[in-house]
Design a protein around this ligand. Sequence first.
Ligand SMILES: [Zn+2]
Length: 694
Amino acid sequence: MNQPERYTITAALPYTNGSIHIGHLAGVYVPADIYARYLRLTGNDVLFVCGSDEHGVPITIKAKSEGVSPQDIVDKYHAIIKASFEDFGITFDNYSRTSAKIHHKTASEFFTTLNDKGEFIEETTEQLFDEEANQFLADRFVIGTCPKCGNEESYGDQCENCGTSHNATDLINPKSAITGNVPTLKQTKHWFLPLDKHEDFLKEWILKGHKKDWKPNVYGQVKSWIDDGLRPRAVTRDLDWGIPVPAEGGEGKVLYVWFDAPIGYISSTKEWAAREGKDWEPYWKDENTKLVHFIGKDNIVFHCIIFPAMLKAEGSYILPENVPANEFLNLEGNKLSTSKNWAVWLTEYLQDFPNQQDVLRYVLTANAPETKDNDFTWKDFQARNNNELVAIFGNFINRVVVLTNKYYNGVVPAPNELSPIDNETLATVKAYPDVIASSIERYRFREAGQELMNLARLGNKYLADEEPWKIIKVDEERTKTIMYVALQIASALATLSEPFLPFTSNKLKGILNLSSSDSTAENRIENTWNEVSTKDVLLPANHEIGKAELLFSKIEDDTIQKQLDKLVASKKANEIANATVEPQKDSITFEDFTKLDIRVGTILEAEKMPKTKKLLKLKVDTGIDVRTIVSGIAESFTAEEVVGKRVTVLVNLAPRALRGVESQGMILMTETPDGKLVFVNPDDSKVSNGLQIS
Ligand SMILES: [Zn+2]
């Protein structure tokens, strides 16, 4: 494609069954936002849309487990997610949701068009059914062994281990996620998109057409999919949460969430156009529009095969020019997991690091999982903040602003003749817009971010080499020239940092009295991205700048340790939650049970047994008598703590000697997975000593 007339940029619709974390930001939203901001800065017509994905099985499962309605779940998380995006400066032109009326209408019409054109196959097939729950089991409602990689925890629609997408009936040993039962097969009618029919088109369009410009990880996954052979894919589900199937026989069925979700990009565009008084169609139907989908690798098949097949079948839409999917970000060596709380949540990050959104944006870009899975570590976060943002970028700006205020009361000095070093430095600065742009346009955001930092390095080195703080003592005129050059570099940084560090860029523009998105003052100066290359003067002599403000601050070890401690706590909580339950013992008769004489008692006295770690010697009132019981609870309780405690005692256990003391019974305890003992006792004040438990 030659220079496009406009760009439609989409970012994967986040699924509204939880908040968002650094993995989402690194994989999709930060790179998409850098791309959108850069294109706007270079004067392009850009539409950047997203929205909440609010249908599908996991939301109904979450609602069930919390005892609320699916609508309650999506309302809650839609609000949280939307606020997080705003907090981190993600500049969507529109953030919609798939429960919106306009989306239901758009998706319904899309389905009807395909149905009327005969693009679907209607088929009655046998689907997994849970008799007890009286429900068909698709997608996440069923768990079983992945037919491709053998992962025993694969979902019905997709294996999270190998990324394979399949039908629930493909699973080996399927089990209902609702009841745990082995499902039966029951007949039901569904609409299928015959992907096999689109195989030739997909081969031509992607395998031939995008061999060179798509990322190897994306191209490779798509190729392996197509090489495996494409099969018809159901686009409807037996479910009551979603968009009703608008066709005869569609009662009780909804559109498959993966059919309706990508249409959400289109409905979000329509919502934006209606609000802005624009025409939505060119953004989706004009061949001079460049459509780019930003997604994570788990969505590749849907955005590179299924959605394009849908668009092609519909007939009036353009296809994506690129789908720069990222791999996954890990956290401290382990896979990010919402359910295991192994994540850095954006809401928590902002509480712990207020006003430091750019630090996270920067680190996630520097470490982006662009070509392979990558690891976020708090040590690296600290190092990049302290050694790059503070020591290079922040330090350079601070020295320039402080010295300009100190020497010239904040007024940009007029330069004298430029030295060869000055000229070379300014020429290098002029090259940066193209250098950074070239990386961004090839979706190499890590590289782009590092080039931005290289520009700050250039400034830092220039000051360190020219030493204006020394020269001022011997040559005031030369100092003016040095400071003038340094101020030009600072201005270039203010403009070029915007896509990456938008909050910092705004702050820096404020300090330099440059025009920013929210500035109104008349004496401000506007520098566009391209003007950093073309203008000879970015900040003219006699222009007045403001006072120095710190752009970044050092992050100390104890701050990082707190984050690491948080993760250790999560890990421990997971171990507890995942502790295995002992299997049930062999059956006993009622008679066997009645042999046990269990009574309510009270501990009257307690003392630690000398030379033992675990044992307490207790005097217990059993209602029958007061007797001595030796109990192995000293690691969980002190003697003082248990005196007066109501307990449950097995009183007819044959007495036995423990360290020379005869123990006449046993106190019933349970143990938490982290090894803490807990008394098992009837919790009611009317229960008195000696009462039998049966
Ligand atoms: Zn698998």
